[in-house]
Every structure is written in structure tokens, then in C-alpha cells.
Design a protein around this ligand. Sequence first.
Ligand code: PLP
Length: 273
Amino acid sequence: MTTLVNGKRGNRLDPSDRGLQFGDGVFETLRLEAGRPVLWERHWARLCRGLEGLGIPQPREQDCLDDLREVAGSSRALAKLIVTRGPGPRGYAIPERVQPTRIVMGGAALAIPDEGHILRLGMCSTRTGRSPLPGCKHLNRLENVLARREWGADWDEGLMLDGFGNVSCATQSNVFILEGGCLLTPSVDDFGVAGTRRDWMLEHASRAGLVVLEAGLSPERVRAAEAIFLSNSRIGLRRALLIGQRGRVAGGRQASAALAMVSELGAELNALA
Ligand SMILES: Cc1ncc(COP(=O)(O)O)c(C=O)c1O
């Protein structure tokens, strides 16, 4: 795996880096096609929003793109871009002069589940904490780490609840359900990450005429859904079923039409290069 730190090959990092000390930074996981990040504009926009929220200066966009191209390795790969506030003394206070660190790791060939494979979903007991920066993909991800530890041998993903007991996300993806022919997803204003694929789906589904709503999703509502979907940069959009849940055929004509539309949009999203 090739790693670049501030554009230079090698994985040497200053131990006083605030990303390491405090999780003071943001990251993106990106799918690369022929060295080019898919849906880059959305990743870049989320990265910049997070950096702005934290008050960390932005790196040059072209430097990030050059780094990603350099680490790409195979034609379809997964890469990670991290930007931290850079080195600093002990203590939370932000130093007067900061020198952000840009880290790009790549080269992992992309392992994508088969289109036909329905992801098996468990239920994690670790809850998502309220985010201090709505939707931000910051480096403080201990809840996701703890939730990931809970995965059973037959799980492909695990749902996580928010502080109110509603489903907020899965360990490393956003959640959608179809209910009454409408596409519903939890809001990311307080909990969870504003996924690039979630954004894409919301935009394209409403443009296609589907009713798309942000809604509080109790576990019972998810269990009773006509269909469940997960999204992230690696898998795109995939069908999922809770473990023990019967495969449901959407009830009624409206629901079947909605399922067909979402599946079509998912195929379009998954084919993006
Ligand atoms: C907790 C969480 N939610 C959602 C997502 C989906 O984000 P994206 O669609 O940008 O990959 C991720 C991706 O890693 C994630 O870790």
C-alpha cells in the first residue's frame, strides 16, 4: 500500500500530530477509477465543510488529486485522504501557527459485493453520539470502532441507534428504507455522516419523482420496511435485510414501482466511473 504524507512517499508521521493526539481532523474514503476519485466534488465539498467547521486551513485541491492518482495502484481501488491540523504541543489549545498534515493511503484493490448479494444486517448495541459538527466525517470514530467489534460472523453490516433509540446509520454506511413507496433516511443533522452516496441518492431519487424524506426510523419501522438499502463509497447502494427478517416483496403497485426505481438508481450509482 502506498502512503504519502504531505505529498512525500513514506509513512512517517510526527507523533505530536493533533490527528493522532485528539482526532483533530477529517477524512474521506474514496473509490478510484483509473486514478480518479468517483464523485470527487461531493467528497471535496464534505472535506472542506469539515475543515471549515474545525477551523483547519484547506489543502490545495490539486495536491489531493495528484496524491490520489499516485497511490491508485490498480485500475479500481479504494483510497483514504486524511487532513489533520498538524503537529502541536500537548493540550487541546490550538497553536497560533498550524501546519496541516495531508495523508493519502491507497492501493487496496476494491472488493465490491456481488450485485445480487443482499447484505446481512445485525443490530449493534453501541450507539452513535451526537456530532458536534453535523454530518462531518471527522477522525473521532470510536463509536464506529466499537460497533464494528460487535459484528457477528454472519454480518455484513451493523445498524447503530442514536441517543433517542432510532436507527441513525450503519457502522460504515448510510441507511435507507422504502415505506409506502417513499424513500426514507435518517437525518444527519445530529447523528451520523452525510454520505456522498446518500447525497447522490437523495438528489437523484427526488429528481426521478420519488417521495424522499428524512425521518426518525425506529428499529420496528426498519424491520417492517418494504426494503432496506445501505450506501457508501465502496459498495455504492445495496439491498440489505436484518438477520432473521424474511425477504419482503414490496406490497402494492406503488411500492413495487418505488423499489424498481431505487434499484435502477442504485445500478446507475454503482456503475459510476
Ligand atoms: C459512519 C459512516 N456513515 C456513512 C458513510 C458513507 O459515506 P460515503 O457515502 O461518503 O462513503 C460512511 C463511510 O465510510 C461511514 O463511515
